[in-house]
Ligand binder design. Structure first.
Ligand code: TPW
Ligand code: MG
Length: 542
């Protein structure tokens, strides 16, 4: 076995399902081995940010490793923002970058794609990955690969593997499996029983779940735990989409000042708020009506538990949930909290009225009622906020790191790894960044339905800062672009046209459908409007 095969076998054994990539001379031989070994399918895209976003989406969907393979310098450095997204939002993407071989670096010449020094790229990636390995010693490579893959799982974050091109064919031992560090069982029992005591003594306990609950594949177990205790469950803003299809015991998303008032009160008045798998970000907690004193919450995040001013430093989330379930084994389900159901808009009027963002949510809810729910990918901008008026379904979005350009490539990654047809919500500004990736659909048989919120504006910025001319962008004809990319493109300007085009899109499989939805200037979703006015109010009275 050579080094490349050893790496591919290890990726597959540890849960990778496919590789996204763009080749270059430093990785050409590695790509040849990927293709000829047939170990993992290879999907090539057009621009490296998309490679990173697609691999991130695949990791988020199947709750396991995503893989992004690129060339040195121009390729890898082009993917930095996408991997920073995965780092910030805890998505275990394995970055494999080709690199110059040992001999090449000793000729005294600068090598093409070299920015500063030959190790600059390694250092840049050290900032946005949780572990790194340069495979320049084939005897050591199996342990190095084992270690970084173990850490990708442990921290649920990206790792970086640099593959010097002179080592690609060298023979190599099989990669062992590195086990996770042993857990202190006594500490685990103590942490779980403290949490149980706090929750069962509280008058108003609330469980708030966030993305890590999904990253570690714990949604079903956590739902069972909540049912046993009868605790109401809410998601954080980032956690929107969790518990999709498992309605009870989920109440809805906590959006503080911008969301459902009853949920806001429930969370902010809880005497035992259990934050599970949460990312303590401003998007999750910066919009509280009454500030949440995090010191008084119970926090189980990734690999540690914090409770009442003390920390249990190494308690993996999955072990904690198993232990909590064990403590509730004897119990029957407790009565669930009765809570008014959130009403999502339905029955779009089929008339000649121009389309507002809420109409898009309404049309999608109507569609889901007849055709079933689809997984959604939302880009940054009002597309994301509009998703909060759509029934709960699997949702991928960069809701904390908030990068634009995620939507289209993440949708492709979702379909590549699950085979499911995604619904992609994307602003015109975000589409301008990565929308051309739709041109790769034909090659792989992907057929997402894409809803472009075409408001000729960087509207979210315009809402924060009205009056600036630079937030106007030219209204492109995205329907025509779609045709050029071998998909179906339809421009819609009225509610009737929106309804018709959406129902038509869902009926035709095999090609992507893009609805170029013209939105009048200044029309935004209720959630974005509440969010911005909430932030304004908070900044006036901090
Ligand atoms: C990679 C900053 C946040 S929101 C926004 C910008 C430029 C406007 C989005 O425009 P779009 O959607 O897509 O038309 P909408 O609904 O607001 O009209 N560069 C990157 N990411 C971010 N977040 C920005 C800039 C930004
Ligand atoms: Mg826009």
């Amino acid at each position: 076995m050579n080094l490349s095969e050893a790496l591919l076998h290890a990726l597959k054994a540890q849960g990778a399902k496919e590789i996204f990539g763009i080749p270059g001379d430093f990785v050409l031989p590695f790509f040849k081995i990927i293709e000829e070994s047939n170990l993992l399918p290879l999907y090539t895209l057009s621009h490296e940010p998309a490679v990173g976003f697609a691999a991130d989406a695949a990791a988020r969907m199947h709750m396991n490793l995503g893989v992004a393979a690129v060339t040195y310098g121009a390729g890898a450095l082009n993917m930095v923002n996408a991997i920073a997204t995965a780092y910030a939002e805890r998505s275990p993407v394995v970055v494999i970058s080709g690199a110059p071989g040992e001999g090449e670096s000793q000729k005294g010449l600068l090598l093409h794609h070299q920015a500063k020094t030959l190790s600059s790229q390694f250092r840049i990636y050290s900032e946005i990955t949780c572990d790194q390995a340069r495979l320049d010693d084939v005897h050591h490579a199996p342990q190095d690969i084992a270690r970084v893959l173990c850490h990708a799982h442990l921290y649920s974050q990206p790792v970086y593997i640099e593959l010097p091109r002179d080592k690609i064919h060298q023979s190599c031992e099989e990669v062992p499996i590195q086990r996770l560090p042993a857990i202190d069982k006594e500490a685990l029992r103590m942490a779980a029983s403290e949490i149980m005591t706090r929750l069962t003594r509280a008058k108003k306990p609330v469980l708030m779940i966030c993305v890590e609950t999904r990253r570690y594949g714990l949604e079903t177990k956590v739902a069972k735990f909540a049912r046993k205790l009868g605790i109401p469950v809410v998601t954080s803003l980032m956690g929107r989409g969790l518990f999709a299809g498992m309605e009870p015991p989920l109440i809805g998303p906590y959006l503080g000042i911008a969301g459902d008032k009853k949920i806001t009160r429930l969370v902010e008045h809880s005497d035992a708020l259990f934050l599970l798998g949460i990312i303590l970000s401003d998007t999750n907690f910066g919009i509280s009506k009454e500030p949440i004193d995090l010191k008084k919450t119970i926090q189980a995040t990734r690999n540690q538990v914090i409770i009442d001013y003390h920390v249990y430093p190494y308690i993996p989330l999955s072990s904690l949930i198993d232990e909590l379930l064990r403590l509730t084994e004897e119990r029957n389900d407790a009565p669930a909290t009765v809570f008014p159901k959130i009403r999502y808009p339905r029955n779009l009027k089929s008339d000649d009225h121009p389309i507002h963002p809420i109409d898009i949510a309404t049309a999608v809810n109507d569609l889901f009622d007849t055709a079933g729910r689809m997984p959604i990918v939302a880009d940054m901008g009002d597309a994301l906020f509009t998703a909060f008026d759509i029934e709960n379904t699997t949702l991928l979005a960069p809701a904390y790191y908030a990068t634009m350009g995620f939507g289209i490539p993440a949708g492709l990654g979702l379909q590549a790894t699950t085979g499911k047809r995604p619904l992609i919500l994307v602003g015109d500004g975000a589409f301008q960044m990565t929308g051309l990736e739709l041109g790769n659909c034909k090659k792989y048989g992907w057929d997402p339905i894409v809803l472009v919120f075409n408001n000729s504006s960087w509207e979210m910025l315009a809402v924060f800062q009205p009056g600036s001319k630079f937030n106007k962008i030219d209204g492109w004809n995205f329907a025509e672009i779609a045709m050029g990319l071998k998909g179906v493109g339809i421009r819609v300007t009225t509610r009737r046209e929106l309804h018709q085009a959406l129902f038509q899109a869902v009926q035709e499989r095999g090609r992507f459908h893009l609805l170029d939805i013209v939105i009048p200037p200044g029309k935004i979703s209720p959630t974005l409007s509440n969010y911005v006015s909430g932030i304004r109010r908070l900044s006036r009275n901090p």
